[in-house]
Write a protein that binds this ligand. Structure first.
Ligand SMILES: C[S@@+](CC[C@H](N)C(=O)[O-])C[C@H]1O[C@@H](n2cnc3c(N)ncnc32)[C@H](O)[C@@H]1O
Length: 356
């Protein structure tokens, strides 16, 4: 039976669920954005430190609640992720449209091009030469792997993820010898990076340990960097890309207190400077703040693609409750990145070099 998209939209509207182009959702997202703007302004005018809040990044488990995170987020039906991610890389992380609010808003690049631009920027900042052995923490659907293996014929990469949905997807692609993931230069490890014994993470040391959009899950920065140091060659490097805020926002450091925490159990948003001070095992080569409007635009594009695929999602086991759940997710995430022209809440990049 053909599903009538107009009828679906009408039914959803009657249930109070509106799409990203509707006036109703614009008003709702504007209200949410104003709320977060006030919060960010509050912590800009009256900053608080992690120390004052009694929060340490040197203690406790490396990551928390990975099982709930998989259950509530990453092991959602594959069709959901397919409905909105870019078709070139299936990257589940911010795409890069530019470095200023003006250039991001004016950019006319597609999501696919903007994802490639993100990986170009990461490859440049991580100083990738092309013959490295790379370990990628939280490989998702193999987006970074696809980019690196296509671009560098001598590079090898190992990716790890605890997500059953991602593992099944990646294993399927690894069977295809025309796919970069089937080139024999990609190895997949199933499991959680913080849990598996170090000696199961690869036989030879790595030149680069990297992560994209994973360290929002890290609670103990010292411990994860110690683990990473144990995987690297003596001149090895480590590069990380994750969401940060300019100043501390106390509620974003307790995932049990926010609606975002219901989508990302165990997730936290750290202030930009915090990770950079962790030089116990490494020298800091550089760190950068990436304007949050890049994520706002990425999410807006994802939201639109998701909404356009609703008939397909209904065909693939989604019900009205699922649509409402994920529709709210996109609105909420857009509203946290939009305030203050993306200058307060965005992504950070960090490059460290092993200290001999
Ligand atoms: C937002 S996705 C990013 C995926 C990918 N890096 C990208 O940019 O497309 C986060 C990834 O981290 C993985 N992840 C979460 N907790 C993890 C853990 N404890 N160990 C390894 N990977 C983890 C998730 O399964 C998912 O693949």
């Amino acid at each position: 039976m053909e599903i009538n998209s107009e009828l679906i939209e009408k039914t959803l509207a009657q249930a109070g669920i509106h799409g990203p182009s509707s006036n109703e959702l614009h008003l709702y997202e504007d209200r949410l954005t104003r709320f977060f703007t006030r919060e960010y302004q509050r912590y800009t005018d009256n900053p608080v430190s992690l120390h004052e809040l009694g929060i340490s990044t040197d203690a406790g488990p490396i990551m928390e609640d990975t099982e709930s995170l998989m259950d509530r987020h990453y092991d959602e039906d594959l069709n959901f992720f397919k409905s909105f991610l870019d078709t070139a890389y299936h990257a589940y992380s911010m795409a890069y449209y530019g470095d200023t609010p003006f250039s991001i808003r004016k950019s006319n690049t597609t999501l696919e091009e903007a994802q490639k631009a993100k990986f170009d920027l990461i490859a440049e900042r991580a100083q990738i030469e092309g013959n490295e052995r790379v370990f990628n923490i939280g490989c998702g659907f193999g987006s970074l792997e696809t980019y690196l293996l296509e671009r560098y014929p001598n590079l090898e990469i190992v990716g790890i993820t605890p997500s059953k949905v991602q593992v099944a997807y990646l294993k399927q692609r690894m069977k295809d010898t025309h796919d970069p993931l089937g080139s024999g230069r990609f190895t997949l490890i199933e499991g959680a990076f913080d849990q598996l014994p170090l000696n199961t993470l690869g036989e030879k040391p790595y030149n680069l340990v990297i992560s994209v959009a994973v360290f929002e899950q890290v609670r103990n920065m010292s411990a994860i960097l110690r683990r990473i140091a144990g995987l690297l060659t003596s001149k090895g490097k480590t590069f990380h890309h994750f969401i940060t805020s300019r100043n501390v926002i106390p509620q974003f450091l307790d995932p049990t207190r926010t609606r975002i925490g219901t989508y990302f159990p165990g997730g936290r948003v750290w202030p930009h400077d915090e990770f950079a001070r962790h030089t116990e095992h490494f020298d800091l080569v550089g760190h950068w703040f990436v304007n949050g409007l890049n994520y706002w635009r990425t999410l807006d594009e994802w939201h639109q693609r998701f909404w356009d695929k609703i008939p397909f999602l209904y065909d693939n086991a989604f019900d009205t409750g699922d649509i409402a759940h994920w529709n709210n997710y996109f609105s909420l995430c857009k509203a946290v990145f939009a305030p203050l022209d993306g200058n307060f809440y965005g992504n950070s990049h960090y490059l460290f070099r092993a200290r001999n």
